[in-house]
Design a protein around this ligand. Sequence first.
Ligand code: FES
Length: 737
Amino acid sequence: MARIIVDGEPIAFDDGDSVALSLMRAGQVPGHGGCLCLAGDCPNCVAEVDGVAWVRTCQTRARAGMVVRRHPAIGAPSPITNVSARATTVRHRHADVVVVGNGDSGQRAARDALDDGQHVIVLDAAGGDEVVGIFAGPTVVVRNVDAIAHVHAQLVIVATGAAELQPTCPGNALAGIVTARAAGALAQAGIDLGRAIVVGAAPAGVLGESVDGTLVRFEVSALRPGSVGAVVVRTDDGVEHVHPCDTAIVALGRSPRDVLARMAATDSAVRVVGPAADAFDLPPCPTSGTVCPCSRVEVDDLAGAWGRGFHDLELIKRATLCGTGTCQGAVCVPHLRAFVADRSGTTPAPFTARPAARQLTMGEASTNVFIDTCRRTALHDEHVRLGATMDRWGGWWRPWHYGDHVAEYWAVREAVSLGDVSTLGKMIVSGPDALALLERLYPTTISDIAPGRSRYVLLLNERGHVFDDGMVCRESDDRFVLTFTSGGAAGAEMWLRDWIETWGLDVRVLDRTMALAAINVTGPLASELMGRVGLSAPLRFLEHRHDIVAGVPCHVMRLSFTGEASYELHHGIDRSVELWRALLDAGRDLGVRPHGLQALFGLRLEKGHVIVGADTELDTTPRRIAMDWAVKMGKGDFVGRTALARTASLPDGRRLVGLTIDGPAPTEGAPIVIGTEIAGLVTSSFASPLLGQTVMLGWLRTAWSPEHPPAMVTVDGRVAALTATPFYDRKGSRARA
Ligand code: FES
C-alpha cells in the first residue's frame, strides 16, 4: 500500500484519498484541531506539503512519498523551507464565459452559456483548478498542479455555492469536530467515526445520533487529550445535556461561499449566482470560543475591541485581525456579522476579501514576471535608436557610448553635445524653515545664494564622510531645488525627511526624480544652440531660471561637469523625446551629437571632478579629496561638523591624487606602487585625446607626507607622475564662457 510521510511517520492511503482523508483514515487530523469542513472553506487542515506551507490538505490528492509536515501549533510555519525549486509556468486560456464552481448553480450557468453558443470554461477546485483570484480584465488566476493559469474571459460567473457554518463555542478548537458534509465524505470513504453525535439534522449515509437542542460547548476527551469527548447541548427547557462521543458532527446551517465574490468588483463582467449570492440567516451571536481560527481570535477579543470603541465591522477586523487570515473570513464573517448586529441593531455587510484566495508560493506569484531592477529614462528608446550601447549605472540603464566615444568626446570639447542626465535626483524643498534645514544639512553656506543662483554642495554624514554631492538652486527666500547623484537619489528624500523630523522643522519636500527628465547641453557651442532653440537670454555660470526651450517648459541650470559651458534642462518626462529631437535638429550644422557615460567620465576626469561612490571611499572626508573649499567650518553647526572639527588635527596620510602616465589607461583599480610597496589604487583613468596622455585619480595611502608626496610612482609597471588637478583648463574659463 502506498504511503505518505507525515511528520516523519509513514501513513498508508487509499487510491483517491486526499492528504486529509489519509490522515483521518489513520485516526489522526491534519492540523491541531478545529472543525474540519473537507471542502476548502476553513484553515483547519492546512499543512506543509512537499516543502510548501499553507496547503489545504483536504483538497490535495495523496501521492506516494509525499512529505507532509503539520504547521507549528503556535505561530506560523517558516516562510523558507528546503523545497527544491519546481519549474512553474503561466498558461493563458481564453473563453467567452468562465464559470467558477461546478455545483448545481455552476452547471446551470455553464449550460445556459453553452446554449447561447458561448465558449465556456468551468473551474473547480475538485477538478484541480484552485481559483486564486479574480482580477481586472476580467482575468481569473488559477493554480494547477504544475502551472498557474491566467484565464481571460468576457464574463466571469462566480457559482461557488455555500459553505457550512462552523461552531463558535467553548471547545470548538478541539480535534474530532466535523461539519455534516465532511461527515458524509468520511462515511463515503469508509472511515469509522466511532460514536458520532450530530447537532442538527444527521447527514445522509452517516451513522450518528442526532441530538436536540442548542450547541453549548464541546468537552475534551479524558482518553484523547486535545480531542472532543462530549457535546453539550441545551434544550428549550434550559437543561444542559452532555453527550459523550468520539466525533461531533455539526449541521448548523450555511453561509454564502463568497470569498471570490467579495474579492471581485461585481460589475457587468463578474456575476455571482446561486447560493454564493444568497443571503442566508446569520448564526446566533457568539458568546464564547474561537471565532476566527486563522488568526485565533476569541469572542472575548471581539468584545474587547467593541469596548474600546471599534463598532464598525472593518474596524473590528483591523483591531483584532479577525478575518485577515488564510480563509479570508469564510469561517468567521457570519459570526462576526452576528456579533455586530446583536450590539448595534444593524446587520453589517461582509467585508472585502483580497487576492489571493489561496496561498501562493513566491515562485507561483512571480511566474513569468520579469522585473528589470534598473530603471529607464524617458529617452531610453531614443538612445537605442541612435545605436547606443546601454549599460547599468546608478540603478539606471544609461548609454555607455553611441559607437565612438572619442568622437563624442570631441563633440563636447570642440562643438556641442547632448547628455541624458535624467537620472539625477531632483527635489523641491520649500517652507518657512527650508533655509534653516539646508544650512544645517550642507557644509557650505546656503544663505548667501541669491535667488536665481546655484552652488555645488557636498553631502556629509554625521562622521563627516562624503556620501553624495549635487547642486542647490535657490528659487526664492523659502524655496530651493536640490539635485543629487543618480545613485544617491533613492535615499535623498529619506535623508531630508529624517532630518526635518529630527529637528522638528516646517519644511515641504517633493521628490521629482521620476517626474522630470534632464538633458545636458554642453560644449563651446552650447550657448549658440540654446539661443537657436529659444532660450530668451544667456545665463551666466551658476545661474538658473525657468524658460521655454524648443517649446518645452524647462528649468535651465547653467553649470558644468564636463569642463565646457553647459546647460542642464530639467523638464517633464512626457516632453523629453520632443526636446531631445529638437536640440539634435537645431544643432545639426553645429556638429551636435549625443555623448555617453564613457566620454562623460573622461571629460570630467580631465577636470579632476570626483564621482562620489566611484572615486570616494566610505570614510572619505572633504580633506582627503582636497575639497576643503566646499566646507565652511565657521558658518555654524551642520551635519558632520563635530566630526570634522575633531579629526582636523589628527594625522591623515590618505589622499585622492591626480596622476598622469604615458600610454594606455591602466585598469581602474590598478595598484599604485612606491618602490616595491603597494601604496594605493587607481579609481579612474582615461587616455585623454586632447592631452595626449592618460590622466588618473587614485588613492595614495602610505607613510609619505601629504606636504611632500613622492613625485613618481609606478602604475601598471610604468612610471606615473603625481599631477595637480584639474588636468585641463585650470582656470575654469571654458565652463564660464
Ligand atoms: S478541512 Fe480543508 S479547508 Fe476545511
